[in-house]
Ligand binder design. Structure first.
Ligand SMILES: NC(=O)c1ccc[n+]([C@@H]2O[C@H](COP(=O)([O-])OP(=O)(O)OC[C@H]3O[C@@H](n4cnc5c(N)ncnc54)[C@H](OP(=O)(O)O)[C@@H]3O)[C@@H](O)[C@H]2O)c1
Length: 249
């Protein structure tokens, strides 16, 4: 089967920011949203929740750390839709609240590694799997969900927790966006990173000033960039600056 609509894949999207991005993209008539995640019951529940609001999205299982899961996802996507146009690399973990994460001297290397597996290698794995499909239709928009905490320019003076595993993994995620953008320069596949701001989600906690719905705005902007739009940029959340605002890497 194939579809004329643009197919948008959002990783880790049955809750939190990913769910809000899915919800916003589902408002576009020409976009078919695919919710993904590693818990099928939660995925189907999220799909049902949107169906009750009149939004027809699909759910396909996807664990970004698992080669087999990604391979099966691509097979299912090809069979059901025959294309992939938008990828939002949203799935993430933040072990920053662990006491040993307050210092690089105590951070556990196993934790650094497991965080990289989800936050950095996951986006690389899924990008490698979906970019060939994007090339088939000469269209792609890849959005990496990063954080201001990964801006090397700000690190020496910022007030955020040290959180070494999280920060290092997101610095590398930004590097992935920059390198992919370099490799894809001149094509119609645009790759950008953004910081959604501090949001009330399982990762952000209840004291965060923003909602996930607010944090989703910039993802939608980057996922629907016109041809010739930003390639290899790093953006702050639109709400903070009243419009697209580039951050220094
Ligand atoms: N909240 C903030 O203040 C904030 C600020 C800056 C950036 N971010 C970024 O925003 C993104 C979304 O986080 P959130 O705040 O919405 O937190 P969240 O509600 O905890 O969402 C994280 C999502 O990632 C999924 N996930 C984790 N490991 C996965 C894997 N191996 N495969 C597929 N999905 C996986 C989780 O699914 P499970 O339930 O199955 O684990 C969950 O759906 C993350 O990349 C985070 O770093 C958040």
């Amino acid at each position: 089967m194939s579809t004329e609509k643009r197919v948008a894949v959002i990783t880790g999207s049955y809750k939190g920011l990913g769910f809000e991005i899915a919800k916003k993209l589902a408002n576009f008539d020409n976009i078919q949203v695919i919710i993904t995640g590693r818990d099928t019951a939660k995925g189907l529940e999220a799909r049902e929740k949107l169906a009750q609001q009149g939004q027809e999205v699909d759910y396909i299982p996807l664990d970004v750390t698992d080669n087999q899961s990604v391979e099966e996802f691509v097979v299912a996507l090809r069979k059901q839709y025959g294309r992939a146009d938008i990828l939002v690399n949203n799935a993430g973990v933040n072990p920053g609240r662990e006491p040993e994460e307050s210092s690089l001297l105590t951070a556990k290397l196993d934790t650094v590694l497991s965080t990289f597996h989800v936050n950095t290698l996951g986006p690389l794995r899924v990008s490698q799997a979906l970019i060939p499909l994007m090339k088939e239709h000469n269209y792609g928009r890849i959005v990496n969900v990063s954080t201001e905490m990964a801006s090397l320019n700000f690190i020496s003076d910022d007030f955020y927790p040290l959180a070494p595993s999280y920060r290092l993994s997101k610095i590398a995620l930004n590097g992935l966006a920059a390198l992919l953008a370099k490799e894809l320069k001149g094509t119609n596949i645009l790759v950008n990173s953004y910081s959604p701001g501090w949001m009330k989600t399982d990762i952000g906690g209840e004291h965060a000033p923003l909602t996930a719905e607010e944090g989703a705005e910039t993802a939608v902007y980057l996922a629907t960039l016109p041809d010739g739009g930003s390639q290899g940029g790093f953006f702050a959340e639109i709400r903070k600056f009243g419009g697209p605002f580039p951050l220094p890497w």
